[in-house]
Design a protein around this ligand. Structure first.
Ligand SMILES: Cc1cc2nc3c(=O)[nH]c(=O)nc-3n(C[C@H](O)[C@H](O)[C@H](O)COP(=O)(O)OP(=O)(O)OC[C@H]3O[C@@H](n4cnc5c(N)ncnc54)[C@H](O)[C@@H]3O)c2cc1C
Length: 372
């Protein structure tokens, strides 16, 4: 089959590589709107099960990831001058750029052509010269938006605002949640080291706090200076940085969750975040994208001519496999959206509630200590 992918993110790349591994006769081309060696964001958390699943089909790619993966041993929660540590939740962290570059190189090794600086739109898909188009252009997918009546898509926008930053402050080898109170409301950061000299630092606040603080009148530089002051006790003089490779992504955003009734229409199929997404506070969006790619590639394994039944199977399987993850993500997102009503509670009680928020961990599995 001739296949084109819109978007060289984890979903489009993993799908293309695995499809080639299953059947090297497929002819695959990827269109990516950004330049090569460019991606949004900073570091990601991953979990061992999804790496294992991927390694079952492509052990080489996972070996290459592992060269750059760091292990986060504990979760540390900093609030009201106290630090509470939860043990037993081992996470893996990797640079998003390194992961994408490994995948792009691997795709090219399989003869998959990636056209950079090539943004596709729905009108480019009228009479495409291909048998199948993979729409893997992320949660704000322009193509899905333009064809939304075909996919019957509903967009859920989060209430809070977030900013995905990086910093040279390396914290420790743990995942850190930092909560800071200001005159205009609470700010918190989800942060962790993901490579030797860099950490991810995602700042979040409620819309009310965002308005009261006056961010709508602050430029990028003023915003960063303000946030460095808010978190100064944890940054030890290290600056906060925007991803200047892709500056337009630096501003405050609301988290977007698309929900589509139909994941495919007339030789076009949604994949990864273009189909569905999970709130960043459970760090599983890439796992979701890779999981979609594995299943779609598997469904097309024995398919030399496109039959929509394969695509329907893919949708049903992924909807059911990701059901619990979506519930956990919604619980977690809503916990952070309602935080102002319980953030002033006792720090230990608050931390336990934070750790149990998604419903994936039970109180019996929790091991929590007050460090200081
Ligand atoms: C703040 C934040 C933190 C996160 N942290 C984590 C984490 O710790 N762990 C985790 O697993 N996940 C995390 N995620 C989620 C993760 O980044 C995504 O779920 C994952 O990247 C989805 O992969 P994708 O390939 O579907 O989409 P994307 O990674 O968004 O890739 C889409 C690609 O399509 C390209 N594109 C867009 N439009 C077009 C067009 N018209 N034509 C051509 N190309 C186009 C884009 O440039 C991009 O390269 C986080 C997300 C956010 C917002």
């Amino acid at each position: 089959m001739k296949i084109q992918c819109i978007g060289a993110g984890p979903a489009g790349l993993v799908f293309s590589i695995l499809t080639k591994i299953h059947n090297h006769h497929h002819d695959i081309v990827i269109y990516e709107r950004n330049l090569s060696d460019v991606t949004t964001g900073w570091g990601l958390t991953l979990s061992e099960p999804i790496l294992q699943q991927l390694a079952n089909i492509d052990p080489i790619i996972v070996e290459q990831f592992r060269l750059h993966i760091l292990t986060l041993n504990h979760v540390d929660i900093h609030i009201q001058g106290k630090t509470i540590r939860s043990s037993g939740q081992r996470l893996l962290a990797i640079s998003r750029l390194k992961m994408i570059n490994i995948l792009r190189k691997r795709a090219q090794d399989f003869g998959i052509k990636i056209h950079y600086s090539s943004s596709l739109e729905a009108e480019d898909l009228i009479n495409p010269p291909t048998d199948l188009t993979i729409i893997s252009d992320g949660s704000n997918s322009k193509v899905r938006h333009q064809l939304k009546n075909k996919f019957n898509t509903h967009i859920h926008e989060g209430k809070n605002l977030y900013l995905w930053l990086g910093t040279s402050q390396l914290f420790n080898n743990n995942f850190n949640f930092i909560f800071e109170q200001t005159e205009t409301g609470w700010f918190w950061a989800h942060c962790f080291k993901f490579e030797e000299n860099c950490s991810t630092f995602i700042v979040e606040c409620t819309y009310e706090t965002w308005i009261k603080t006056g961010f709508s009148h602050m430029d990028e530089k003023q915003t960063i200076i303000f946030l460095e002051k808010v978190f100064h006790r944890h940054l030890y003089g290290h600056p906060l940085k925007i991803n200047d490779i892709c500056r337009e992504k630096a501003y405050w955003r609301r988290f977007v969750s698309p929900i589509s009734k139909y994941w495919h229409h007339d030789k076009k199929v949604l994949l990864g975040n273009a189909a569905h997404s999970t709130h960043f506070s459970i760090g599983s969006g890439t796992k979701l994208a890779i999981g979609d790619a594995i299943v779609l590639a598997e469904n097309l394994k024995s398919c030399n001519e496109l039959n929509s039944t394969y695509l329907t199977h893919y949708q049903h399987r992924r909807e059911s496999e990701s059901y619990n993850l979506h519930i956990a993500a919604r619980n977690s997102q809503s916990w952070f959206e309602n935080i102002e009503s319980f953030i002033s509670n006792d720090p230990l009680q608050f931390s336990i509630s934070l750790l149990l928020r998604s419903g994936r961990l039970s109180s019996d599995e929790l091991s929590v200590i007050l460090l200081e």
